[in-house]
Design a protein around this ligand. Structure first.
Ligand SMILES: Nc1ncnc2c1ncn2[C@@H]1O[C@H](COP(=O)(O)OP(=O)(O)OP(=O)(O)O)[C@@H](O)[C@H]1O
Ligand SMILES: [Mg+2]
Length: 254
């Protein structure tokens, strides 16, 4: 499969000269699903905001399909094929589901086909089309936010905190949609998720970020079989030594 997103030696953060993410390297192929894991404050959101052009890189390059993306330019990133579902979902809460989707679909002509394609992934939204986004359940709001991003036909779909405020049962229903989108359309998916085992079950590849550096990178299936490795990457090897074998630190490996 062709490389679609490439980050090389990216430094990211909020103050020039003081990156909170350092030397971030990434190569994601078409149709690949990558989960970006790590403890609070590790820099996951910072990475996604940087990739989506909402923060300028403090060093390094980001390429989509071999072309450098202009840094700190959300429009350039969107035009290059990056779409971000932010952790707050950023829906227009006073607009209906249909209106939220319509705003994301470029062509008026293609509207009904686009709508049906999105509703194919999230059938329960069909009967909610006339409902204000703010009146949806958390799970429905996340479906709408992902659907709106898919309407842009991104080459790379970025999702921050997929499961924020959602019951694990809802997350288990949403995650396979990401797999289907990647498999059927070749869209690459990079998602941040706190339910580590659920994320590893659907992803091809995983990265654990800790204190702004990549602490672990590997095939998701292999990491799922080695939760201890993931714990060590979260905690740092020294702290992880305090966790007895077979006793995952609470809340870490969901
Ligand atoms: N707007 C900001 N201005 C300055 N520093 C920030 C800002 N947002 C985040 N940071 C800092 O950047 C670092 C990385 O934060 P980031 O939000 O990327 O972490 P995260 O991995 O997404 O954490 P979480 O799991 O809590 O969402 C933290 O030290 C944080 O305090
Ligand atoms: Mg975050």
């Amino acid at each position: 499969m062709t490389s679609i997103l490439n980050c090389s030696e990216v430094d990211a953060g909020y103050t020039r000269g003081r990156p909170c993410v350092r030397d971030f390297n990434l190569d994601v192929r078409e149709g690949e699903v990558l989960t970006l894991l790590g403890p609070n404050g590790a820099g996951k959101t910072t990475v996604l905001l940087t990739l989506a052009g909402f923060l300028p890189t403090l060093g390094g390059t980001v390429e989509i399909a071999g072309k450098a993306v202009r840094t700190g330019d959300g429009c350039a990133a969107a035009n290059a094929g990056l779409a971000l579902v932010p952790d707050d979902r950023s829906l227009f809460t006073s607009l209906t589901v249909e209106e939220n989707l319509r705003l994301a679909v470029n062509s008026r002509k293609a509207w009904s086909a686009e709508r049906d394609s999105i509703l194919g992934h999230f059938p329960s939204l069909r009967e909610r089309l006339k409902v204000q986004a703010g009146a949806l359940s958390g799970g429905e709001q996340q479906m709408l936010a992902i659907g709106r991003a898919l309407a842009q036909h991104p080459k790379v779909l970025l999702i921050d905190e997929l499961s924020m405020g959602l019951a694990p049962a809802i997350v288990e229903r949403l995650l396979p949609v990401l797999r289907t989108v990647a498999d059927d359309t070749g869209t690459a998916v990079v998602f941040v998720e706190q339910h580590v085992q659920l994320a590893l079950a659907v992803a091809d590849t995983a990265i654990v970020l800790r204190h702004g550096s990549i602490a672990l990178r590997g095939a998701a299936a292999e990491l799922a079989e080695n939760p201890r490795l993931v714990e060590e990457a979260y905690l740092g090897a020294h702290d992880a030594a305090a966790v007895p074998d077979g006793a995952p630190a609470q809340g870490l490996i969901a």
